[in-house]
Write a protein that binds this ligand. Structure first.
Ligand SMILES: Nc1ncnc2c1ncn2[C@@H]1O[C@H](COP(=O)(O)OP(=O)(O)OP(=O)(O)O)[C@@H](O)[C@H]1O
Ligand SMILES: [Mg+2]
Length: 281
């Protein structure tokens, strides 16, 4: 198991790095619902450096999950181009895209484990899909479950695990294919603060130890503050500002950015939503 307590310093800011892991060029997504069209993500350009943990915050419905799913083409963009590493994903055919996706792991709020498979089998399954042979599958799945501290639970089914343990199985599964990029969609939103912190420590450790680049979507600025230096604030399908959380001179300028940062200081009974913000929940 990784010693999550001895975290090294966070990765250096994107500006001091050269390699880009994720590049979105004017990427947008419009959903058609019957005759109606809903622009979930307006044309957006974004770069995430290799080794970075990049955060995306915003209210419910802002387009955070859609933006994340555009990175691995779980959602096909309506327009624009998506690059991961050296490859333009939007230019690949189905077989090449499947191959490229193996280097991109994803974890979700709801864990998405197969209930009729044990922890070990869940992780092995990800490797089976990738065409890894049986012996390697077993060895690597056990290694990944050990990384997340679940050696004792490998034969348990998801229903026999706590929420935090289930999420750790999901992280082990995401790590099994040795991804260079991990997409996290509200990965800790279903967990209590203690378990959340344990999972965040794992993610940070994985970033440092295996140099896995991450894009982390969260409602919670605390989660993003813990993991990220750069964070994008999303509102109604747009990135309204990008903040450098470690730079004391980079203060939020939008009402939403200010509100999200203010909530991190804790609510009081007097806390109110700024009038400029409409919540469509
Ligand atoms: N498959 C879909 N079909 C139609 N509309 C969709 C689809 N997926 C998302 N949307 C719409 O796109 C908008 C953005 O949704 P998205 O899930 O990206 O928001 P979010 O910021 O992740 O919200 P939350 O914080 O609640 O998870 C919403 O208005 C949603 O209803
Ligand atoms: Mg979402």
């Amino acid at each position: 198991m990784i010693d999550a307590g001895s975290a090294a310093p966070l990765p250096a800011p994107a500006a001091s790095r050269t390699a880009v892991m994720v590049r979105l060029e004017e990427v947008s997504k419009t959903f058609a619902i019957g005759r109606q069209r809903l622009q979930a993500v307006a044309p957006t350009s974004l770069e995430v450096a290799e080794g970075e943990i990049f955060g995306v915050v915003g209210f419910s419905g802002a387009g955070k999950s859609t933006l994340l799913r555009l990175i691995n083409l779980l959602e096909r963009p309506t327009s624009g181009r998506v690059f991961v590493g050296e490859q333009e994903l939007t230019a690949l055919g189905p077989a090449a895209l499947r191959q490229a996706r193996r280097a991109i792991g994803m974890i979700f709020q709801s864990f998405n484990l197969l209930s009729n498979r044990t922890a070990l089998e869940n992780v092995e399954f990800a490797l089976e899909i990738a065409g890894v042979d049986r012996a390697t599958r077993r060895r690597r799945a056990l290694e990944c479950l050990a990384i997340v501290g679940l050696e004792e639970k490998v034969r348990q089914y998801p229903a026999q695990l706590s929420g935090g343990q289930r999420q750790r199985v999901a992280i082990a599964r995401a790590l099994a294919n040795q991804p260079k990029l991990l997409l996290c969609d509200e990965a800790t939103s279903a967990l209590d603060p203690h378990t959340t912190l344990a999972i965040l420590q794992f993610l940070r450790q994985i970033n440092q130890e295996f140099r896995v680049t991450m894009v982390v979507v969260s409602h919670e600025i605390n989660v993003v503050r813990y993991l990220c230096q750069r964070v994008a604030v999303m509102d109604a399908g747009r990135i309204v500002e990008e903040l450098d959380l470690r730079d004391p001179t980079s203060a939020p300028t939008t009402p939403l950015g200010r509100f999200l940062l203010e909530t991190a200081q804790g609510w009081t009974p007097e806390t109110r939503l700024p009038e400029a913000i409409e919540v469509s929940a």
